[in-house]
Design a protein around this ligand. Sequence first.
Ligand code: ZN
Length: 74
Amino acid sequence: MARTTEKYCFTCDSYEEHRKLDEEEQAKLRRRLGRSSVNEFLVCVAPDCFNLRTGWNKRPFPEPIRLSELNEPE
Ligand SMILES: [Zn+2]
């Protein structure tokens, strides 16, 4: 099981456990954002949330991006 850290989740509006993205998830997010590195991103592990944030920014996007949405091809 991936190690988690408790951080504020903007979507849950509460402190929730977050984990780092695995290789496959990072690849999807790189494609979604058009960035070469997404190492700083964490995902909320609360049930059905999957909201993305970075280690220092609780709201890195104008509209929340959920990890679960990245499964859909653009
Ligand atoms: Zn959340």
